[in-house]
Ligand binder design. Sequence first.
Ligand code: 13P
Length: 340
Amino acid sequence: MNLQQLTETAGSLVVGAKGLLAMDESTGTCNKRFASLGIPQTEAARRAYRELIVTTPGLGEWISGAILFDETIHQQKEDGTLFVKVLVEAGIIPGIKVDTGARELAGHLGEKVTEGLDGLRDRLVEYSRLGARFAKWRAVIAVGDGIPSRGCIEANAHALARYAGLCQEAGLVPVVEPEVIMDGDHTLEQCSRVTERVLRTVFDQLYTQRVVLEGVILKPNMVLPGSACPTQEGVDEIADTTVRCLLRAVPAAVPGIAFLSGGQSAELASDRLNAMNVRFKSRLPWALAFSFARAIQQPALEIWKGNNTNVPAAQQALYHRAQCNCAARLGEYTTAMEKR
Ligand code: 13P
């Protein structure tokens, strides 16, 4: 393990006001999003969409790293240039999703464990050869009656730590993503308790597996009420609850926290990130950044709709969302930025 290289990469991923663009939807997830907009669910359409993203003019001004999917890391622009090369030339660090998805956890009705450790060491060597410098693994934690269970939290935290150790061995920065999902009618307070417990368990496992925290990026959920909860707190209360939870559970040695968006609207995600940085920035030991998929891509995808003539307008929308989220990192985002 080259510790200096790992810490440099981790630092570059959260440098300045930049953040990550997650474009690592599995084929199934990407197809689902395409289907809802009437876009053909083909390899050609997925390739064309990812070409739209990576060729967005000026994207590197706001985006430090892009997370790719296995299919995407092998794909090329229409002119034959590999997407990885396009990203590097735009000043964007290529990364890769390396988990193989969440499956039902035996004996734990309604809970999942993320798989993908078998053969991971060899896959990481290959992804590194293809140009990836960081890797992502997402664990899914549901909140509900009697869940999450200890078994689910511990199984997922252990897998995250095993994956993170293998990443660092291969010289890749692990982007550790334990996602407490928004589905359900749980309260903000419940989400906060579950998120804190999950993060404490994850960091305990990272320590046990000898993962170097200076070479890790944490990708957590914001602390939010369930999407079906009748009480939806305002932006400031969500910002305060999220930061309080993170301060309790995330060691100061971690260089950066890059939130997932988790199904929030693009504007709310920017607004909430902004509020955290406005209210706490000078008191935080780590950078508070973003690693959004839907909250950066969705408006662009809805404009593109699979139609070539919409590419420039879709790219503009993508650029705009990335710019708004950088402003949110600085605490300079305002909803006036949305009136273009
Ligand atoms: P969302 O921002 O759409 O939640 O996606 C982030 C991600 O990488 C999910 O694994």
